[in-house]
Design a protein around this ligand. Structure first.
Ligand code: PAF
Length: 280
């Protein structure tokens, strides 16, 4: 695996690969890699000739300074995992490399970022769009791979690609879960033992909600999910919504959309976990 820390060197190397007719697959990450990230690497390897992974903890997408400081960083271990997974190129830029000047762009995502994560983390998706577009400009991939765990992020990235007219195929990969159902997240490693034991209740409740979908009214199911999770003293639901997968807006009844997703954010002590599941 080759490692680059400057856009120039990475860009030059990628241009050479493209001249040889090779397709570039890209997996942007913030590091602290887990099996979810590695599954994206595998999708890229199956679908593209050369796989590039970036590790960059993007300051502009953190609305909470404490969250940015707490975010786990382990570049050496990550590099080893990527090498073992068969990644071809690791891009490890410094903040100055991605933002030589402050990025003042303000995106308009309409209603897509007014709900759920967007409503609870002001500026978060603007920062995601800034960094992903910047990385796309540098890597110029043929396909880019994102996990479905960040369901709203995926919608924002697709919209950003549409607005900025990037010729890049965005590929969504399924959530990878631990054996107890907990959706894999870099933040899981910040949970203490008691919190880690409580956290799988989030996924368990979503899967039970799927069984109840179509059988009870949407509003009842919402209340049931929130109450079931809040019963555990370690967990506090920040938001739970049942939404149209395309618009991300709440549905009032099960027939309101072709695809209906349950999306949740839960505070576990200072750690914030998100998850989602298709209900209909
Ligand atoms: O999902 C993430 O890890 C980040 O939001 C991303 C897409 C790498 C942008 O910083």
């Amino acid at each position: 695996m080759k490692t680059f820390s400057t856009s120039k060197e990475l860009g030059d190397y990628i241009s050479e690969q493209k001249k040889d007719g090779l397709t570039i697959g890209f997996v942007p990450t913030m590091g602290a890699l887990h099996k979810g990230h590695l599954s994206l690497v595998q999708y890229s390897k199956q679908n593209c000739d050369v796989t590039v992974v970036s590790i960059f903890v993007n300051p502009t997408q953190f609305n909470d300074k404490g969250d940015l400081e707490r975010y786990p960083r382990m570049p050496e271990l990550d590099a080893k995992l990527l090498d073992d997974a068969g990644c071809d190129i690791l891009f490890l830029p410094a903040v100055q490399e991605i933002y030589p000047e402050p990025d003042t762009r303000v995106f308009d995502f309409g209603q897509l970022d007014k709900v759920m994560e967007g409503a609870h983390r002001p500026g978060h998706f603007n920062g995601v769009a800034q960094v992903v577009s910047r990385l796309f400009d540098i890597v110029k991939p043929y396909r880019a791979f994102f996990g479905l765990k960040d369901f709203q992020q995926l919608a924002i990235v697709r919209e950003m690609v549409r607005q900025l007219k990037f010729d890049i195929e965005i590929v969504a990969a399924p959530i990878v879960r631990d054996s107890d159902g907990l959706a894999l997240s870099s933040r899981n490693m910040l949970l203490n033992d008691v919190q880690r034991k409580s956290a799988p209740l989030i996924a368990k409740t979503l899967f039970e909600a799927k069984e109840k979908a179509n059988k009870i009214p949407v509003a009842y199911l919402k209340e049931w999910v929130i109450n079931s999770i809040n019963k555990d003293a370690e967990l506090k639901v920040e938001y739970f919504d049942i939404v149209n997968a395309e618009t991300l807006q709440s549905v009032n009844s099960w027939g309101d959309a072709n695809e209906v997703f349950a999306c949740i954010a839960v505070q576990v002590g200072k750690i914030r976990l998100i998850d989602n599941l298709r209900l209909v």
